[in-house]
Design a protein around this ligand. Structure first.
Ligand code: FMN
Length: 207
């Protein structure tokens, strides 16, 4: 039951470097008592295997079971959907949560979202967020950005999409990779209006 949770967020992991950002965000959302409707692209599975020690199973059901245990989700708190699961709640404005985060967001998915491709459930869910004028946060990571990438970001930003690049700051003197990851994840949680203790807000004590 969704009423059992504080709210619902759609989270998509795509195949940009920075799988850790998406996984840490998942952990924080679950700890904050939010239900997460999740999708993991095929390329994201490769990136997770490359960048982390997590051995993510191949099917959505197995991913849901694995991640629920790994992050100690409550029963029903985490739901993982496959790339062509068109009957999932995120595929329609009537069923989708009010906020969606693509973290990390590959330039491929960025392009598909900017052009309304809707060729898989991640792209469709983002398209639904756009057409319903709901909160959509994209966390791209590429370097350098091409003019095409920048044009896609500008186009989406002009429609109210939050482009929140995976660009950790250093003014909090991070002493670990985890602290750098938390910098970005804190920014996303701030955008979602979810309380976080990962990073003080500007003007609060930093050290
Ligand atoms: C280890 C690894 C790292 C990658 N890093 C990036 C990256 O930082 N940014 C990016 O846009 N694409 C990156 N890619 C390429 C994307 O995964 C690829 O373009 C893919 O088609 C994206 O598909 P998706 O959007 O469905 O996940 C990476 C791929 C791999 C395997």
């Amino acid at each position: 039951m969704t009423d059992a949770f504080k709210g619902r967020v759609t989270l998509a992991l795509t195949g940009a470097s920075g799988a850790q950002y998406g996984l840490r965000l998942l952990q924080c959302l679950l700890q904050a008592d939010y239900q997460v409707l999740m999708m993991v692209s095929k390329a994201a599975q490769v990136v997770v295997a490359t960048e982390t020690d997590i051995n993510l199973p191949g099917t959505p059901d197995a991913q849901q079971a694995f991640l629920s245990v790994h992050y100690q989700a409550q029963p029903g708190q985490l739901r993982v959907f496959g790339r062509e699961q068109w009957l999932a709640p995120v595929a329609s404005g009537s069923g989708a949560p009010s906020a969606m985060v693509v973290c990390p967001c590959s330039t491929g998915s960025l392009s598909a979202i900017a052009t309304g491709a809707s060729n898989n459930l991640i792209e469709r869910a983002a398209d639904v967020a756009l057409k319903e004028r709901r909160q959509l946060i994209l966390v791209p990571r590429e370097a350098p950005y091409s003019t095409i990438h920048l044009e896609h970001m500008l186009k989406l930003s002009q429609q109210g999409v939050v482009i929140l690049p995976a660009s950790p700051g250093f003014y909090h003197r991070p002493d670990s990779v985890e602290a750098m990851i938390d910098f970005v994840v804190a920014r996303i949680l701030n955008q979602l209006g979810i309380e976080q203790a990962l990073l003080p807000r500007w003007g609060e004590t930093l050290l």
